[in-house]
Design a binder for this molecule. Structure first.
Ligand code: NAP
Ligand code: F7E
Length: 328
């Protein structure tokens, strides 16, 4: 290992964003430590997909176990911590509100305290989210000045973590920042999230493995970008002279219905209505109907813009799922 290499601790390394971020940091010469929970059978598929499993050093820790976070931070004293770990599925957060709060809210407090007491020069990135805006809406878009009105236990826990991150900056002069990221997707997106559920479903239908695709609210609109682009914004936030908070998104939105139409189109299946059924089980007790970023600050200050368009993203995900089933 290059002794002068910067070190980064990435929590949530096995999820979607973790592998994209690890790949980016490794390309930039970082030594990357990935925090994983205790598993009977850990799953490295997403890291494998990006070809970085062997380049990451793994450390064990859990966001709900304060001592494991203290030990990790005290031992590694990394230059940067990217906190991506979360119970990240909004839909499950009503059923598991306490767990969601413990991981997404209190876990962040534990990690911030570990940094404050044992490695105060470590920079900290918090994976904040557009779900914090919920119904908060300024002229049809959301930016850094928009009021939070979260609509789920997930969004509420993330608001707590957001403010704790700001507070550690203001109270203790730590380098802490929030990336308020709008939805971002990829071929390794978790299967429960609507985009991947659609592209996986479309591929199954194409290969005769399924007859139907059951979805909830087709009218919901999201600002969807590509995860591979968004990790670059995370990294740039951490290279600023002064810590700050940034909204990251594409600035446009599309409905779930539009995503479905395009996905079927790219798979060469006409008449999508024949296959899609709506099922109340996939509707939420309180929906966030529409989100759209106004990413002016991230354009200007971080000189960041997304490279992958909505259409390219849908095609990339459909192609990847078709390929998975082609060789299955
Ligand atoms: P993801 O695929 O669900 O990954 C989350 C990771 O967190 C998983 O690897 C999971 O581990 C880990 N984790 C869960 N509970 C944990 C615990 N108690 N201790 C340690 N690790 C734990 O999420 P993602 O899409 O990569 O998103 C990354 C972060 O950005 C999350 O914080 C999410 O809330 C936030 N975010 C995501 C988006 C988006 O559109 N993707 C937008 C805004 C913000 P297992 O592998 O063991 O389950
Ligand atoms: O839902 C609607 C659903 O679960 C998107 C997480 O990464 O992004 C993600 O949260 C929309 C919602 O993502 C189905 O009601 C319709 O309006 O893909 P999703 P999300 O809730 O926006 C934010 C930014 C995060 O921070 C989160 O961690 O699609 N929808 N039918 C459906 N959603 C799902 N999952 N399944 C359906 O069948």
């Amino acid at each position: 290992m290059n002794r002068m290499a910067k070190t980064a601790l990435v929590t949530g390394i096995l999820g979607q964003d973790g592998p994209y971020l690890a790949k980016l940091l490794i390309e930039k010469g970082y030594k990357v430590f990935g925090m994983i929970r205790r598993y009977s059978n850990p799953n490295y598929d997403n890291l494998d997909y990006l070809g970085v499993t062997k380049k990451v050093d793994f450390v064990e820790g859990d966001m709900t176990d304060e001592s494991s976070l203290i030990n990790t931070v005290r031992t590694l004293r990394p230059d940067e911590v990217y906190n991506l770990a979360a119970q990240s599925f909004v839909g499950d957060s009503w059923q598991m509100a306490k767990l969601t709060t413990e991981v997404n809210a209190l876990g962040v407090l534990y990690l911030l305290n570990a940094i404050k007491f044992f490695s105060p020069t470590t920079k900290f990135y918090q994976a904040s989210t557009s779900e914090m805006f919920g119904l908060g809406n300024t002229n049809g878009y959301q930016d850094e000045n928009t009021t939070f009105h979260p609509r789920s236990p997930y969004g509420i826990a993330k608001v707590y973590a957001y403010w704790m991150t700001v507070n550690f900056r203001e109270s203790y002069s730590l380098f802490t920042c929030n990336g308020i990221l709008f939805n971002h997707e990829s071929p390794i997106r978790g299967i429960q999230f609507v985009t991947r559920k659609i592209t996986d479903g479309v591929a199954r239908i194409k290969y005769g493995l399924s007859k139907k695709l059951s979805l909830g609210n087709l009218d919901a609109k999201r600002d969807w970008g590509f995860a591979g682009d968004y990790v670059e914004a995370m990294y740039r936030m951490m290279q600023q002279k002064k810590p700050d908070d940034f909204v990251v998104g594409t600035g446009e939105n599309h409905s779930v219905r539009e995503f479905v139409e395009l996905a079927f189109h790219y798979a060469g299946i006409s008449n999508w209505e024949k296959y899609v059924v709506t099922d109340p089980r996939f509707k939420r007790p309180a929906e966030v109907y529409e989100l759209k970023s106004r990413p002016t600050k991230v354009h200007k200050v971080l000189e960041w813009k997304p490279k992958v368009s909505f259409k390219k993203l849908v095609k990339m995900m459909v192609d990847a799922d078709l390929k998975r089933f082609e060789y299955a």
